[in-house]
Ligand binder design. Structure first.
Ligand code: OGA
Ligand code: MN
Length: 229
């Protein structure tokens, strides 16, 4: 199994004096609401400035207990490296970088619910590390009527990514059979309806870091508690 070595150090330095509170800009919120309403997906380059996402990259690089990613939930959970070979670590409420991202996504959840009435109830997210050569084959994040994942969000943490580095997200939006190819540039956010869009991650030549997350509706019934992911 290929591990997730820390990425090579760069001469870029994490700036100090980070803003205390996360905040989303109204223009980003407008763009996200508009994109979801019109087409069900949206890409926001520069969703956060580098000063804000650099600590998330530092966190992603220093996680020592990534685990091989699995497919499915609950009893159906299984690992299949032919389908996906990334390694993941679920965000935790104790780590400051994770808390920052979870707080930002909570703001986004509330803002989307106010604008689009999607009834988003909770959020789950993991860091993903794709060692060179690893991929995630074409898939959907939720099956209609089965899951409760409504909205997928992927945030990229890769400085100075070049086209030759590969690792694109291919989002099958229906406009072009070849899909929309997105480079996993640090600071870019991709948001799409979980049931509606097949997508895949192409192999990269560099270690590729991201945070993948899902807003869910509440699938708890009187008898059955919403299963853990
Ligand atoms: C996923 C996923 C896309 C990406 O984790 O389900 O599709 O670009 N990630 O990392
Ligand atoms: Mn996916």
């Amino acid at each position: 199994m290929v591990g997730c070595p820390p990425a090579p150090t760069t001469d870029e330095i994490a700036p100090l004096n980070l803003p205390a509170q996360p905040e989303l800009t109204p223009s980003h919120l407008d763009a996200i609401a508009h994109g979801l309403r019109q087409q069900g997906w949206v890409i926001i380059p520069g969703f956060l400035p580098k000063v804000r996402w650099w600590p998330l990259l530092e966190r992603a690089r220093t996680i020592s207990d990534y685990v091989p990613a699995g497919i499915g939930r609950g009893d159906n959970y299984r690992g299949d490296v032919r389908v996906r070979s990334d390694r993941v670590h679920w965000l935790e409420s104790e780590h400051p970088a994770d808390v920052e991202w979870l707080a930002l996504m909570e703001e986004l959840r509330q803002a989307i619910n106010r604008r689009l009435f999607l009834g988003l109830f909770e959020f789950e997210a993991h860091y993903a590390c794709y060692p060179p050569g690893s991929c995630y084959k074409r898939h959907v994040d939720a099956f209609r009527g089965q899951g409760n994942r409504v909205l997928s969000v992927v945030f990229y943490l890769n400085p100075s990514w070049q086209p030759a580095d590969g690792g694109e997200l291919v989002l099958y939006t229906g406009e072009d059979p070849g899909g929309l190819w997105l480079m996993p540039h640090g600071g870019t956010l991709a948001v799409f309806l979980s049931e509606d869009f097949d997508h895949e991650v192409l192999p990269a030549v560099r270690t590729r870091y991201s945070i993948a997350g899902w807003f869910r509706v509440n699938a708890t019934t009187g008898e059955i508690l919403d299963p853990p992911s």
